[in-house]
Design a protein around this ligand. Structure first.
Ligand code: PHE
Length: 395
């Protein structure tokens, strides 16, 4: 809003102050504040005591108008100075109203009008600054209090199955095994056919899985042995690799079985690999994993893709051989299947069985983890109960 005194017409010009040229330069509002600090609510303007002309009054109004325009109250303190100087009962505008009495009656109305507008401007500004500072306060109170003590972070940890998987990888990599990976959604050929499972052979019943109804050739792999085939197709001996991964079976979920679990496959193919190498490698692994006191036995078994085949049992670490639900009261727990790679499997992958021999094994990570950490129920691994998981922090 532009006050009307700035719009003075030519006809009004003769009123211009004769003191105009002697007028003090406009004071910087910040300096005004400094000058008034500590002086309390005293008068700031010295109007001549004699009769006031309209010109003196209007010049003064203009000066104060410009001061107000340039004023910027950024703190409560500055705002208070603004209030005292322009809106207060003893402020400059109030004083001008006092001075109005001394203006010749004919001019009073015109000056009064200017003064009213100036007063209104000061009040509006005071209100605007007050709300702006209040908003600032609100924002400040929403800001975080940096002096508060920290809320302790709940750190996560590795899942026990991951901890053990890493330990397995470490032990075998020290023996020169690389780590390979393969698909979980697999074709019948890689999961069964190439591994010497004839169609409709009863060995398939041991590993019932989830087939996709539209195309029975696609299934969720029942073991990590599919990666053996993929590896031998792409690399030629010497081959020495382990293959950790997730596998699936159509099993009822219980403390000992699940439809989803983890295995680590191992494969070593070279000239002159013997059953003795298999035994040595797995003996070493078991001692590294469970300590020197654990006992191991190789139990003759059957797998279509190994010949001869053996299952590997270790003494039950949960009941120390006395019998519990994990070892089915036998004192022994099976941790892996193993054997010499069947010549048919080598031939299926284009490797000459006359030149090369190999051994393979497949172990269950859940089973090994249960034995290592005395866990009696397989379901705990997939329940995501933090009370369980927390116990492996730092493992
Ligand atoms: N794939 C077999 C299973 O899941 C384990 C195994 C792997 C046996 C390699 C022998 C050789 O039961």
């Amino acid at each position: 809003m532009v006050p009307s005194f700035l719009l003075l017409t030519q006809a009004q010009q003769p009123y211009r102050s004769i003191f105009h040229s002697r007028k003090a330069p406009l004071m910087n509002p910040q300096r005004l504040i400094q000058k008034t600090v500590g002086r309390g609510e005293q008068n700031f303007v010295s109007l001549p005591k004699s009769r006031l002309t309209i010109t003196v009054m209007l010049d003064r109004v203009k000066e104060i108008y410009q001061e107000i325009e340039q004023f910027d109250a950024r703190s409560k303190e500055e705002l208070e100075h603004f209030r005292i100087r322009y809106v207060g009962r003893k402020g400059v505008i109030a004083e001008l109203f006092e001075g109005l009495k001394q203006v010749p009656p004919a001019d009073r109305r015109a000056v009064g009008q200017e003064l009213n507008e100036l007063k209104e401007l000061a009040q509006q500004r005071l209100k605007a600054y007050t709300t702006a500072l209040e908003d600032q306060d609100d924002e400040a109170s929403d800001a975080p209090d940096l002096s508060l003590p920290v809320v302790p972070n709940a750190y996560g940890g590795a899942h026990p199955l991951n901890v053990v998987r890493q330990q397995i990888i470490r032990i075998f990599s020290r023996m020169g095994f690389s780590v390979s990976d393969g698909p979980e959604i697999e074709s019948d050929w890689y999961n069964f056919g190439a591994l010497n499972f004839p169609d409709n052979h009863p060995a398939r019943d041991m590993q019932d899985t989830f087939f996709i109804a539209r195309n029975p050739d696609v299934l969720l792999r029942t073991h990590t042995s599919n990666v053996q085939i993929r590896l031998m197709e792409h690399q030629k001996p010497p081959l020495r690799s382990i293959m950790p991964g997730r596998v699936y079976r159509n099993e009822a979920i219980s403390a000992r079985a699940h439809c989803l679990f983890h295995q680590v496959e191992g494969l070593y193919v070279d000239t002159n690999v013997s059953f003795r190498d298999l035994k040595d490698t797995l003996y070493h692994f078991v001692k590294e994993m469970f300590g020197q006191d654990v006992r191991i036995r190789f139990r003759p078994s059957f797998f279509p893709f190994t010949e001869p085949s053996a299952e590997i049992d270790i003494s039950c670490l949960i009941c120390k051989g006395e019998g519990c639900n994990v070892c089915k009261q036998s004192g022994w727990v099976e941790i892996a299947g193993s054997g010499m790679v069947d010549p048919n499997v080598l031939a299926n992958c284009g490797i000459d069985p006359e030149t090369y021999t190999g051994f393979a094994f497949g172990m269950g990570i859940e089973r090994i983890t249960m034995l290592k950490y005395q866990i009696r129920d397989l379901r705990l691994f997939t329940e995501n109960d933090v009370r369980f998981l927390k116990q492996f922090q730092g493992a």
